[in-house]
Design a protein around this ligand. Sequence first.
Ligand code: PML
Length: 271
Amino acid sequence: MSKHIHYSVRMRASKNSVHVSGAEGIYEKDDIINVVKEYTERALTHDKGKADEIRLAVEELKEKPRKISSLPLCTLNTKNTEAVRKAVFKILSTIGITERAIEEAFTSLNIGITMRGAMLMDIEGVRLEPDLLRGVRVTRMGITKNADAVLSKQLAKLGLKNDTVQEALILASKVHKYPMVLGELCISDDPNYTTGYIASRSFGYIRLPHIKKRGLPYGGRAFFITGGEVKELIKYLQTTPVLIDNIKPCEGTLTLKEILERKSHRKSHSR
Ligand code: PML
């Protein structure tokens, strides 16, 4: 794949000006027509309603995509929103994120507005992104065909073969490759999707069932940032093309104790 020109294909769909669905990937030229078809079908058949506006962008990448591994994935055995909150505080505070920042992230993600992009927060909870209403949208990421086949197989074994998990894992793997990003909290804005996740290089991608009550049409992402040049981070998130070409293990359900114990054993997310 590396010998060929790559294209970023991005789709955003809305209904009555409200976001319905989005998708993106990095592809070779021969795949573009099929991908555009697939993304269009997805926008027209989404649970949240048939889109009345679909925006598609196909862009030749001038820069060769950087190849990285996915984050390892597991699911925490949480049964309700209270258990999720407790676990999020416990896990993220062990990597240096303050309770104040975690509280601020939960509050902002539950305020009832879904931003287009992610919030950037320092470890004290102070917002760092230049546009506080739009946030920072992560784009130009994808997965190679081989890695996609491996990931699909691993997720299928866990009963998780769906675009939402796969795309969220690809996005998080790009984000956490950047050393300034310490952690992430994500809640889906899909009212029917009640599983969120936290991600970090130390713990990988941890899925969190019951992070929100069914029916809530808002959510979003908060990235917790440590020292460095925010402008450079935003440039990386928005413009640097990244392709996942290696899949780290995807595991089933674990307890909080098991997750906390394994941090010290886990090799850091090395490439
Ligand atoms: C989103 O992009 O809407 C958030 C997706 C969260 C996926 C959590 C998971 O099931 O792994």
